[in-house]
Design a protein around this ligand. Structure first.
Ligand code: 1PX
Length: 215
């Protein structure tokens, strides 16, 4: 049935949401950005409960941003650009150490932004992988090059243990539900430039405003 078809998880649709993130003048819509993360979290959950400490943190951060969007100042949270401007102009960001704004939109989104770099690196490895490549190794390498640099030892340790139980490449591709390995590779080739663009635009914005190290 159509309903059942819509329920079916497909990673192509998830990665497509990152396409809809960019406005004409290259601003990033937070609502679509979050929708992309929601889909990724669903995918992660379908891999098993070992990963729930990771998805819980992602869900928590998504929820913080949703609350801003639905709050009384929601109109300022339409794009990452408007959020940064609004929060900075109104002194709503803890810039150097945690204080009265420990859950600003800016610092919360920064965590997802860093995770997006992990995703980009991991998907690029998947795209260029061969049949005998190990997802756990690809995932760990991508993590060490990105997110790990912002995580304390305990989190790195827990993440490393979780990577070890990732399913192998064949199962992983199946769960993605995109089609043959060739189709997965083609889909990743389409999706990656968009993810990369969203990442770069956010990175530049945060860098311009000196926000890349927000506590
Ligand atoms: C085909 C590939 C699709 C894979 C989709 C997987 C989606 C993964 C979603 C991960 C989102 C992770 C957000 C992490 C944000 C973060 O860095 N939080 C830490 C800092 O936050 P704080 O508020 O304290 O400053 C927080 O300490 C996080 C703790 C949880 C552990 C985070 C480990 C991240 C590993 C990311 C790799 C996911 C591996 C998935 C394997 C497919």
């Amino acid at each position: 049935s159509v309903a059942a078809e819509e329920q079916k998880f497909c990673l192509r649709e998830v990665l497509d949401t990152f396409k809809s993130c960019l406005s004409e003048n290259k601003e990033v819509y937070i609502e679509h950005y979050i929708a992309g993360w929601r889909g990724l979290v669903r995918f992660l959950n379908s891999l098993g409960s070992v990963f729930s400490f990771i998805s819980k943190d992602a869900v928590n951060k998504i929820q913080i941003l949703v609350n801003y969007i639905n709050g009384e100042n929601g109109s300022h949270y339409a794009t990452i650009q408007s959020m940064v401007k609004y929060e900075l102009e109104n002194g709503l960001v803890d810039l150097n150490k945690r204080g009265s704004h420990p859950e600003s939109g800016c610092r919360t989104l920064l965590r997802l932004h860093r995770a997006l770099r992990w995703l980009e690196l991991f998907l690029e490895r998947l795209r260029t992988s061969t049949e005998d490549s190990k997802t756990s190794v690809m995932c760990a390498e991508a993590y060490n090059e990105s997110l790990a640099q912002h995580h304390p030892w305990v989190v790195r340790k827990a993440a490393g243990m979780a990577f070890c139980v990732l399913p192998g490449r064949p199962t992983f591709f199946e769960v993605m539900n995109v089609g043959t390995p060739e189709q997965v590779v083609a889909m990743l080739g389409d999706a990656l430039p968009l993810i990369s663009e969203v990442y770069q635009i956010t990175e530049e914005l945060y860098s311009q405003h000196n926000l890349l190290q927000l506590p």
